[in-house]
Design a protein around this ligand. Sequence first.
Ligand SMILES: [Zn+2]
Length: 603
Amino acid sequence: MKFSRPIGFAILFMLMVLALVPAAAQDAEVPVLILPVNNAQFLPGARFDFRVEVHADALPENFAVTVNGTSAAEFFGAEPTTESWVFGAKEDGTGGTPSQSVIWRSVVAPAAGDYAVEVTAGATVQLVSWTVRQPGTGTAKNVILFVADGMTVAMLTAARAARGMEQGLPTNRLAIDSFTTIGLASTSSIDSLMADSANTASALNTGHIGSVNATGTYSDTSPDSLDDPRVETFAEMLKRLTGMSIGVVTTADFSDATPAAVWAHGRNRGDGNRAAYLVQALESGVVDVLMGGGARRMLPQTAEGSRRQDDRDLFAEYEAAGFTIVTSATEMSTAMGADALPAKLLGVFTPSDMNVWLDRNVYTENLGDFTDQPGLVDMTLAALNVLGQNEDGFYLQVEAASVDKQMHPLDQERALSDLIEFDKAIEAAVAWVQENAPDTMIVITADHGHGYDVYGTVKVDQFNEATDDASRRAAIDVYGGAGYPTYSDVDGDGFPDWSADVVFAGAVNNHPDYTEDFQVSPIPRSPGIANDSGVIIDNPEDDPNGIPISGNLDQGSSTGVHTLQDVPVFASGPGAECLAGLYHQREVFFCMAAALGLDPSAQ
Ligand SMILES: [Zn+2]
């Protein structure tokens, strides 16, 4: 998704204010941007940056910022830093809007209560409200947050059904099915009803709703995408205030949005910021266990395939900081079998995102040189065993990244297999917790959804023998005609064998022009490709025998995109009941903090 700046708010606020101010004063109206935004919520004692932008050539003489009527400088006990820049200029440097900013870095959220922040600039008086919430008093020792990127209820239903059904009932339920505290979380951004993984994973990890593509920050208009006002993450608070350890496990490149949201701060998801996020993890000391792909962002720019723009060798720097580094499943298992477990563990198993379960276990020719990657279950258990050494407890975020990464290219079998692998990691964690740490809160959710669902079944032989589209479509059965798919599970590993006579008629509700044959693809899918003019058209090599489906996205989109639906939340352990009901996903942060009894103002 494209990066967007919060100019929209400024204009919106200006219009709101215009409506309130007498006509004679309107000439002197100026757009004002206040970050954190209206309705932001905090824990008392949490740290954050407070920026005010005035979009004018100079700060008006009457410029003033107050909190509950007291000057902000007095309220926060510090003078702000003044900065200015021009944003939105054309490529030739002309045009653009000047911005005058004041910023207070790392101020401390006050005691619980409501706070009115008022900015006066010329004839503009702009008000936002912040709420500082009462901290909880829970007694959980550890928190594990499982995030299946892009997971929806429909995908869980499909994964469960693919494992077998008889007369309307599943024969092999998921581990997730045994969680009894269930909620629904909405995922919208402050600048859009749609969301990406950066701002949604940040909402889970900070309690603040951000702008699309922003991690642990409120997006400002400044030229530097790493200087935007920060909000403290859950992991940063735990590291600053408690002796807890922090772990991050993902099947993505670990500089990707969801893992990075545990510790990182930046406005966009470009290469420069992702390289910086891995430096932030190291220099802040927040992360003790980090596992996934991403070697190309660890290596200096001189190394082949590096995506860094500097000469830092992060492998050497992490090692110097005390991390045991493992780069294969074998090395990980050796490290975990040693008499003394590592105190800090860095697992880097692929240059970029890790391969998906279906390719690691069935279509292994797709792995290239990286044939010895651990799965999500083994990574989760390794992280738990390392983190579990800490008497003071831990926070671990585990991400199944490729539910999303495979739903984007409409690959239902790869996405659902990774969802089942996610479920197995949860099953393993539940058993680990029962044995080692029953006072652990487990939360399971998605950062956002995808528009996938099953609407019937397809008779594969009939579909493949058809010579025209009408006959192919006649092989799709719905309602009573659909019966059940015939996926088997010969080795009983809980993962369906996707090659079957009757398969899901499953589809994603947004896509480029493409063709669909509903059958497992031996290579990862790429349904749309660019033609010579850069327009995305059906990829003739992807499902060449499929039915043609007209695109409903702009012609620059080669894959599907995220959708609006609320995502499921499951929870167990101390404090779990906080997550029953329907809420914005920022509640996950407040519930995790409450479960631990985290009160940053007391510690
Ligand atoms: Zn996505």
